[in-house]
Write a protein that binds this ligand. Structure first.
Ligand code: APR
Length: 170
């Protein structure tokens, strides 16, 4: 079964077949990791994103990697955390879908090593302890079902997020 690795890094520097972007539904760029990926990839990425014309929450779209080391970018739109009683299950399911749909789309495009940021835990304020458990569960299930997927790298940008994923991986 492929392995999961956890690193503290800027995802735009990661050499993998694909990196995943925590985008918004317009796919027209933004701040956080979305902004970093568009800056590093260059204007060609936005041009391709404009042709795609958006992506619903929890789904994934694939583009080229342009000036990034990665060959592809998988854009997925995480749920924004509202934390209203009763909404948690729906938001958990949408976040789980981001990982499942990104992995499936990457795999069917021949991707064998893929790097994820911590989706939804920045501007979208999804609690990172909760998000990291969902992410690790979905990645493990996918790796069990797809032995040819070689490596999934979880890329953390800060200590707090890194510790949450270390915990989730135990
Ligand atoms: N490399 C890796 N991780 C990063 C980087 C980077 N260069 N920059 C930020 N991060 C981390 C953040 O620290 C956070 O843990 O990515 C995680 C996700 O945070 P955001 O980028 O804010 O993404 P998200 O919470 O999903 O919000 C998405 O923000 O940027 C906009 O257009 C985007 O509207 C969308 C929303």
């Amino acid at each position: 079964m492929g392995k999961i690795s956890l690193i503290k890094e800027d995802i735009t520097k990661v050499h993998a077949d694909a990196i995943v972007n925590a985008a918004n539904s317009t796919l027209l760029g933004g701040g956080g990791v979305d902004g970093a990926i568009h800056r590093a990839a260059g204007p060609g990425l936005l041009r391709e994103c404009k042709r795609i014309g958006g992506c619903p929450t929890s789904e994934a779209r694939i583009t080229g990697g342009y000036n990034l080391p990665a060959k592809f970018v998988i854009h997925t739109v995480g749920p924004a955390w509202r934390g209203r009683a009763g909404d948690e299950d729906r938001e958990d399911a949408l976040l789980a879908g981001c990982y499942r749909n990104s992995l499936a789309l990457a795999y069917e495009n021949g991707v064998r090593t893929i790097a994820f940021p911590s989706i939804s835990t920045g501007a979208y304020r999804f609690p990172v302890e909760r998000a990291s458990k969902i992410a690790v569960k979905e990645i493990r299930e996918f790796l069990e079902a797809h032995p040819k997927m070689e490596k999934v790298i979880i890329v953390c940008f800060g200590d707090e997020v890194f510790r949450a994923y270390e915990e989730a991986l135990k």
